[in-house]
Design a protein around this ligand. Structure first.
Ligand SMILES: [Zn+2]
Length: 265
């Protein structure tokens, strides 16, 4: 099981074998209509890009995924551990009207809902429960990882939909890789408070700097929440290593577009 690339004309996006039974996709920069620093598939609505171009980018990406733009429900991300259950009444939040409250993760079991999380180095995490036809999406940068947002999203699905974690399928999308995620001691310390000594496996110390493998940490959290290792796909793409293909906060700061990961019922 692994990630693979879908190419439709100029549009390129990633999918995961683990989620083959549910509509989903992880965007790249390729295949949109935005120009300049947002070129071309910018899916961020608060990045200074022309709103008409962002809307057209969503139309193109949604058409490729086979979902209705009307079904989209956005996260409103603040690097928190807030998980919100959403349903058909939340459709349009983000693209057509403001998101009413912050949420770094969402869950749903309502047909006609599509969950959207954003990233530019942070890890997008998508979840699927094939037994109860439920989905989850989480935004997990290191702050989210230090708060176990992935594990908390699983727990929310268990509580809301009676999901069995051992039956869940998961995919962790492109993010800042350990090759480029250089930090000081504060990041590994915050993560160790959540994961204990197990986190050491995902942090390499070089001199007085640390290199953090956020994907591996999230995998640990998902497994700790009860997911089976063979049900978790991890993208090997580093957002900072491929600036022409992904947006990276680490590489270009705030003057950029945003990637999106979408999962839909
Ligand atoms: Zn890298």
């Amino acid at each position: 099981m692994s990630f693979y690339v879908n190419q439709i004309g100029d549009l390129e996006y990633l999918c995961a074998d683990s989620l083959n039974n549910v509509l989903h996709g992880f965007s790249t920069r390729y295949g949109g209509v935005s120009t300049g620093i947002w070129s071309s598939l910018n899916l961020g609505t608060h990045r200074g890009d022309d709103p008409a171009n962002v809307r057209e980018n969503y139309r193109l990406f949604c058409a490729a995924l086979g979902i209705e733009p009307d079904s989209l429900i956005f996260a409103s991300q603040i690097h928190s551990d807030i998980v919100a259950a959403v349903d058909h009444t939340n459709r349009g939040e983000g693209l057509d009207r403001p998101v009413p409250s912050h949420r770094d993760a969402m869950i749903s079991n309502t047909p006609g809902t599509s969950l959207v999380v954003f990233s530019a180095d942070c890890a997008p995490v998508l979840l699927y429960d094939p037994d109860h036809r439920a989905i989850g999406a989480a935004h997990s940068g290191w702050r989210g990882t230090a708060q176990d947002i992935a594990g908390k999203t699983v727990l929310a699905m268990v509580n809301a939909y009676a999901s069995d974690p051992a039956r869940l399928q998961a995919a962790i999308g492109p993010c800042l890789g350990p090759c480029c995620f250089e930090t000081d001691a504060d990041v590994p310390q915050a993560i160790a408070q959540q994961l204990g000594s197990a986190a050491e496996e995902a942090v390499e110390k070089v001199g007085d700097k640390y290199y953090v493998n956020n994907s591996l940490l999230i995998r640990m959290e998902l497994e700790r929440a009860g997911l089976r290792p063979e049900c978790i796909d991890i993208s090997t793409d580093c957002t900072s290593c491929q600036p022409e293909r992904f947006w990276s906060y680490r590489r270009v700061g705030q003057n950029r577009g945003s990637l999106a990961a979408i999962i839909a019922l």
